[in-house]
Design a protein around this ligand. Structure first.
Ligand code: DOR
Ligand code: ZN
Length: 347
């Protein structure tokens, strides 16, 4: 096959940041994606409906002229989140989800949740109105090995929480393990998961073998190969509960190439080429549209985009910049470690 046409994709997990970084990155997402779920882990975080409305305006202002990219806003769940504000922001159409960061789990998660009892009233309200909760699924206990934190979270936090709040609609963000995939598959349609582009491509050897590669470091950290294969199988299966969320997360290059490097891979530029490559490798190109364009809108109860994107397989490898400058510093682009020949073209 030399070309496939799919409904224009959406990114169900994206970090756009703010200020100069936002200005420097938003065009990459808008070039390929119609909509994106915008992560609220700014400093300070996007906690209230009013803050989400203001952030949405800043994103729209930063878009290239003529772009109709639609940011889907998310509130950062804190122990002080007001259920009435959540309901009003959801009913107005502004807010499409809340994000649960266990405090200390990742970048700017300090305002996240320590005591889950305190957020039960908000979660109950969300279950009532059908508003999804996006979950960063890792425990933060320093005694738990970092490679086990997702599996332990599912067993000790997520499953008990879902039992406590029946009907709560949950997206396990960026699943990285077979345990995560199996848990999603064992549950009903109230539970879904996003999978990132980079977790379909790298395992932990890519980060650590033969030298430490800070641009492959992200959270949750990539796991061993058997887990990567489970993610590939889930993403390419067509199962409606799995969809793309790139977790593209720009950091200045000097803060990643650092004695204490930041977590995040930047894939907004090359995600669609890389996904086509991965799906072709898995003989599943015909299911790319489910993963990239249909399963996400179905879960979020939004229409599939009417516009289309054609991915063309070229004879020459498609090249991407290795990095780019922004007013907030240089950003390094995720290097998959192989050539890809798929070029996305908006129709
Ligand atoms: O790698 C990551 N980067 N994982 C996260 O959970 C947060 C993100 C960021 O904001 O940089
Ligand atoms: Zn993220």
């Amino acid at each position: 096959m030399k070309a496939i046409t799919i409904p224009r994709p959406d990114d169900w997990h994206l970090h756009l940041r703010d200020g100069g970084m936002l200005q420097g990155v938003v065009g990459h997402s808008a070039a390929h994606f119609a909509r994106a779920i915008i992560m609220p882990n700014l400093v300070p975080p996007v906690v209230t409906g009013q803050q989400a409305a203001a952030y949405r305006e800043r994103i729209l202002q930063a878009l290239p002229d003529g772009s109709d990219f639609e940011p889907l806003m998310v509130l950062y769940l804190t122990e002080g989140t007001d259920p009435d504000d959540v309901e009003a922001s959801a009913k107005s159409g502004l807010v499409k989800a809340l994000k649960l960061y266990p405090a200390g789990a990742t970048t700017n998660s300090d305002s996240g949740v320590r005591d889950f009892d305190k957020v039960i009233p908000v979660l109950e309200r969300m279950a009532e109105i059908g508003l999804p909760l996006c979950v960063h699924g890792e425990v933060t206990d320093s005694a738990i090995d970092i490679f086990d934190r997702e599996a332990v979270f599912i067993e000790t936090v997520l499953d008990p929480l879902r039992r406590r709040v029946p009907g709560l609609r949950v997206v396990m963000e960026h699943v990285t393990t077979r345990d995560g995939v199996d848990y999603v598959k064992s549950q009903d349609a109230d539970l879904a998961a996003t999978i990132t582009t980079h977790h379909l491509i790298i395992n932990r050897n890519h980060i650590l073998a033969g030298g430490i590669r800070p641009h492959y470091y992200c959270l949750p950290v990539a796991k061993r190969e058997s887990h990567r294969l489970a993610l590939r199988a889930a993403a390419t299966s067509g199962d409606a509960r799995f969809f793309i969320g790139t977790d593209s997360a720009p950091h200045p290059t000097d803060l990643k190439e650092n004695a204490c490097g930041c977590a995040g891979c930047y894939t907004s530029i090359n995600t669609m080429s890389l996904l086509a490559h991965v799906f072709e490798e898995e003989n599943a190109l015909e299911r790319l549209e489910l993963f990239a364009s249909r399963n996400g809108p179905a879960f979020y109860r939004l229409p599939v985009n009417e516009e289309t994107m054609t991915l063309v397989k070229e004879d020459q490898a498609v090249t991407f910049p290795t990095g780019f400058e922004t007013a907030a510093g240089h950003v390094t682009v995720f290097d998959p470690g192989f050539e890809t020949f798929w070029r996305p073209k908006s129709d």
